[in-house]
Each structure stands twice: as C-alpha cells, then as structure tokens.
Ligand binder design. Structure first.
Ligand code: ADP
Ligand code: MG
Length: 296
C-alpha cells in the first residue's frame, strides 16, 4: 500500500532514540497517519545498519495484535552491500497514545486492574515472539506503545535477538540496563543456551509492572542515583522487594515470580498467562489504558 516515502508528509517528531528519529506522518492518498522511524546511517554506523537490517527482518515476519505493525521498510542505503551510508526507514502503525513511559509520566501510577490488562497484552505479545524464537531484550515503558483505544503493543526491535535463527553479531550487553535481568547484568549467573534467553524478557516485564504500581522505577529508591553500579547491585543483590501494603497478594506473587533472580526458577510466559492476577482481572481487559492515554 505504501509505495514511496515521498507520499508521506512529516507532521511532527514523536521521539528520538538510538541513531534515529520517529515522526508522525500522513499518507495523502490513503488518508492515514503512520509513524515513520528513520535511522540515519553514516560511514561509521555499520553496527547500526546491522541492527536496522535485523529489525527489518524481524518486523517483516511479525503479525500480531499485540505487536506494533510495520507496514513497510525502505532502505536507501548508498551502498547496502558494504553497509555504508544511507537511511533505513520503517513505516509503522501510528500509536496515538505514545508510550507507557509517557502515560506514567502523566498519571504517575496505575490501578491494579489496568496493570493486569496491560500484563495480559504484553504476555500475549511475548508469547507470540517467543513462539517465533524471538527474544525482545528491551522491554521497558518507552517500548510499550498505546493506541487511542487504550491497547498496549510491544515496539522497538532494535536489539532483539533471533535465537537459533542464525543472526549473529549482537552484543548481549545492549538494551537498557535498568530493566535487565540478573543473568544479563552478570554473565557469571548465566549457564544456559541462547534458546533460554526468554526468561530475560519476563524479568523486564516484572520490573515494568512494578513501576506501573509504584509510579517510579522500582528497584532503587526515588532519591538514589541510577548509575550502573547502583543498578547492578539492586538487580543482582537487592533481595527485599518493598511492596506497597495495598498491593493484592495476587499482584505480589505475580511480580515475585517475574523477579526471581535465578532465571531457571523464574516463571515462564505461559505460567504467567494463567496466573490469577492476570486471569481473575480478565473482565477489565477491554478497558485497557483507554482512560489514561494522552491523545496525540
Ligand atoms: P528507539 O530505538 O530509538 O528507542 P523506538 O522505536 O523505541 O526507537 O521509538 C522511540 C520513541 O518514539 C518511542 O518511545 C515513542 O515515544 C515514539 N514512537 C515510536 N514508534 C511509535 C509509533 N509507532 N507510534 C507512536 N509513537 C512512536
Ligand atoms: Mg525504544
């Protein structure tokens, strides 16, 4: 449907990130809004191009209501053979509500029923990805996007890793360390195969769910400096998870199963999909984040 980048009119900047900018764009003949992610590549950005090409390969295979849809990828690399120069552009489904990061910045915290609905969608998304042997590796609030219906979807496959699939050259230390699991922060704890890395996404999701309840990053105190050493200690050694007294026992158990430090003992996505915290609150799923989105 989208044949040429020139058909897209840039309206606003939606976000900036690793080597790229995301724009809100309008397609005149389709009369539709999209999000356009442009990665600018120069002579030195071979690594970024590898990531971008990987992201494109991953996105082309994905079709799920729980994952932000990518409609087209344009690679106008000056020399894509050698991986130098040019841009790579991704035309994506436009998520009007922005990211969960934006939602939390405005509302500070979310009620448990809403977090349960969110958890359900993220788990369905992870279940789909993991079924395709894809580990996301960067689950965090700014990579969970919300549309005007209040539906949350997983986005940003910049550091995803296809296990057993033959993609190479992905440095395991990429992603945001704050949401990384103990075994990713401290490789000495890792005794598995690539195919076991799904447990890292479950950890990150647990941190995000707790952040939604607290209204701030949960593993370190609001006044603490979020430097690498503080974060690493909190992730690997912080053993007392302070839960608000009002958190329900189901919520507390759910989060503890996600934040199990030994990855082999951590809950799987399937276990969590059947967890009472998620299944008992199912009547609220359709409500989603509808009341919380900042409509763009
Ligand atoms: P990066 O790799 O730079 O983190 P992301 O894909 O996460 O790139 O996008 C960065 C930000 O841009 C997001 O946090 C979000 O605020 C905004 N954004 C990205 N994709 C979309 C989209 N499809 N719809 C609306 N906003 C988006
Ligand atoms: Mg991102």
């Amino acid at each position: 449907i989208i044949k040429d980048l020139l058909d897209l009119e840039k309206l606003a900047v939606l976000g900036h990130g690793n080597g790229g900018t995301v724009y809100k764009v309008y397609h005149k003949s389709n009369r539709c809004f999209y999000a356009l992610k442009v990665l600018r590549l120069n002579e030195n950005s071979i690594g970024i191009r590898q990531h971008a090409t990987l992201e494109a390969e991953i996105l082309k295979r994905i079709d799920s209501p729980y994952i932000v849809k990518c409609h087209a990828v344009f690679d106008n690399g000056i020399c894509s053979e050698s991986g130098k120069g040019g841009d790579i552009s991704f035309v994506m489904e436009y998520m009007e509500g922005g990211s969960l990061h934006d939602v939390l910045r405005q509302h500070h915290r979310l009620p448990e029923e809403v977090i349960a609905g969110l958890a359900k969608r993220v788990l369905e998304g992870l279940n789909y990805l993991h079924g395709m042997h894809i580990v996301h590796r960067d689950i965090k609030p700014s990579n969970l996007l919300v549309n005007k219906k209040g539906e949350v979807k997983i986005a940003d496959f910049g550091v995803s890793h296809v296990v057993e699939g033959g993609f190479e050259g992905i440095n395991s230390n990429e992603g945001t360390c704050a949401y990384m699991s103990p075994e990713r922060v401290d490789p000495e704890r890792w005794d598995g195969e690539n195919a076991d890395e799904f447990a890292g996404d479950v950890w990150s999701m647990g941190v995000v769910m707790l952040e939604c309840l607290f209204g701030h990053f949960p593993l370190i105190g609001p006044g603490q400096r979020p430097d690498w050493a503080t974060l690493m200690c909190a992730i690997c050694f912080g053993d007392k998870l302070e839960m608000p007294e009002k958190a329900s026992p189901d919520f507390q158990h759910f989060v503890r199963r996600c934040l199990e430090k030994t990855w082999r003992n951590r809950a799987t996505v399937l276990e969590l999909l059947h967890h009472p915290f998620v299944s008992r609150n199912s009547c609220c799923f359709s409500k989603g984040l509808g009341d919380y989105v900042l409509r763009g």
